[in-house]
Design a protein around this ligand. Structure first.
Ligand code: SAM
Length: 326
């Protein structure tokens, strides 16, 4: 998975970029960027308006979200003059990215907001299948042919026992310890501020019995063959990440708390100000997609404050007793 996604000729180094293959919240338009800016404003307030306020986008794709936030800053955000935008990516800096957006291959120290949108689901995982001799690693070659290998390491067996026990022979699990470590590392880079990971996932009550690993190519779900031609992604065991740090909510709840609404503008606006009416209608359409409980709205939001509380009211209401993320 690591080689197929990030090695020479790997999927994420392809010139067309991920947006040619699947759609994320970052691709929906300006409402998501405005919501991130709203959250960043709350973080800024909570940490006392630092001289330099970071927005660090981990797994930044081609910088779509940062570009949109830079546009909003140019139109006038209260903290625009102190804002430092950084994309963290395996892929090289995209051509034409505005000069004010920095690009790095490691997460820098963060004072502000660290956001990882659909990053954890592409942190490589090993797949195991339960056999009569216990869990065995599933091996796959570049043609997609599968075979069973040896047992997972003792540490991975311990992870499976705690987070994803397999009751029936033939069932599969994806070992999430790499995602737990990735999230814990991201959190550790925040000096003061908020770390957020947004992703599709599951918790113990609702694991997929045969795993969730799939491929994506040009908008279609394809077999997860590790040949560099498609994305390889598996839902995130969000509860095991949560054990490292944070509270867990859903995108629908968090965005609603940040003021996103899919309500249509009043019809009388159409006559009074047609351009404003059309813009409001477009925003309502974006909000509908972002809040959809069966789609992006069902994504899990892991949030962890460092030197500040999670700036949503009240965070307990958004905590892990909320409905299961998808
Ligand atoms: C599924 S895409 C999401 C892109 C973007 N955040 C969005 O929501 O549209 C995941 C991105 O994470 C990047 N990525 C994966 N592992 C990474 C790592 N260890 N460091 C930096 N970027 C990474 C990939 O190259 C890819 O662009």
């Amino acid at each position: 998975m690591t080689e197929a996604l990030y090695g020479a000729g790997g999927f994420y180094l392809r010139p067309e970029g991920p947006a040619a293959h699947f759609r994320t919240s970052a691709h929906t338009g300006s409402v998501y960027a405005a919501t991130v800016a709203e959250l960043l404003g709350r973080v800024d307030l909570a940490i006392g308006h630092p001289a330099q306020l970071d927005l660090v986008d981990v797994g930044a794709g081609r910088g779509e979200l940062l570009h949109a936030v830079a546009d909003l800053a140019a139109q006038g955000l209260p903290f625009a003059a102190r804002l430092r935008l950084t994309g963290v990516e395996v892929a090289p800096r995209p051509r034409g990215l505005p000069a004010r957006i920095g690009w790095a291959d490691e997460i820098p120290p963060v004072t502000g907001l660290l956001l990882a949108n659909e990053w954890l689901d592409v942190v490589p995982v090993d797949v195991v299948e339960l056999t009569t001799d216990g869990p065995r690693l599933v091996l796959v070659d570049a043609t997609g042919r599968e075979s069973l290998g040896g047992p997972p390491t003792a540490a991975d067996l311990a992870w499976l026992t705690q987070w994803w026990p397999l009751p029936l022979v033939g069932q599969r699990a994806e070992i999430g310890s790499t995602r737990d470590a990735a999230w814990a590392n991201a959190v550790s880079r925040v000096r003061r501020g908020l770390a957020v990971a947004v992703d599709y996932g599951h918790t113990a009550e609702k694991r997929p019995p045969y795993g969730s690993l799939v491929g994506y190519r040009a908008g279609a779900v394809v077999p997860p063959i590790p040949d560099g031609s498609c994305d390889l992604t598996a839902h995130v065991a969000l509860d095991s990440c949560l054990a490292a740090a944070g509270i867990l909510s859903t995108q629908r709840d968090v965005l609603a708390e940040l003021g996103v609404s899919a309500a249509h503008p009043p019809r009388e606006l159409a006559a009074r100000d047609p351009a404003a009416y059309l813009a409001a209608l477009r925003s309502a359409g974006e909000a509908t997609e972002l809040l959809d409980p069966g789609g992006l709205g069902g994504f899990g939001w892991l949030l962890h404050g460092v030197g500040m509380a999670v700036p949503l009211c009240p965070p307990e209401r958004l905590g892990s007793d909320r409905p299961e993320p998808m």
